[in-house]
Write a protein that binds this ligand. Sequence first.
Ligand code: KIV
Ligand code: NA
Length: 265
Amino acid sequence: SRRITVHDIAAAKERGEKWPMLTAYDAMTASVFDEAGIPVMLVGDSMGNCHLGYETTVPVTLDEMAMLAAAVVRGTERALIVGDLPFGSYQEGPVQALRSATRLVKDAGVGAVKLEGGERSHGQIELLVQSGIPVMAHIGLTPQSVNAMGYRVQGRGEEAAQQLLRDAKAVQDAGAFAVVLELVPAELAAEVTRVLHIPTVGIGAGPQTDAQVLVYTDMVGLTGGKVPRFTKQYANLRQTLGDAAKAFAEEVVDGTFPQEEHTFH
Ligand code: KIV
Ligand code: NA
């Protein structure tokens, strides 16, 4: 079986089909999602918060991204794997973006890359696409700009809404095959989805986008502490893992593990 391509993604919008995307940061989890039929996986720089113990996505390096993206590619057969370009790996300009994206395509084997920014990232997207690298754009809340932007809903008010529409059109014009809309009002996300011919991928953007993405550790209840209101917890793996660890610890201490069936003579 072959991998999903950006052409399949374009065809889904023409047919009016919605699709799911999940983040993945390791081969094992990615293989589970691949077997579950998740068509697109994002090796998000959310690995900073969710996998590597950083407080934000800002410290994530291209080396870290390349290593975990390669693992996700190895763990999957069918899904389109999108690798995030980390902060500092494309802001200098199109040539730096191409060098970074080329590394993820050649060394990690991703089928596409994602980068943040609308009008401001037009040049980067254009050069990558001209060079044969499919690009997913990301506008609205862009976490790599947390120090300037904070974490709040974007595109509220007429002026901000017009800017978001300009950003959406700019990434489409530059050749992006899809665009993530993060934390924007549902009505505005619906309008962007109507206006664009490329698919929109919503997170905290209401029900009308062409696709939905969630950070998998939030989705399965692994994330400790507070999770954003836009996420939905479909399992409680934090509880399950913790219970398993406690049960193992108890059985070691009281001598009930290992039993005869676990033992060689
Ligand atoms: O890094 C990430 O997980 C993302 C998604 C939230 C879109 O960029
Ligand atoms: Na990201």
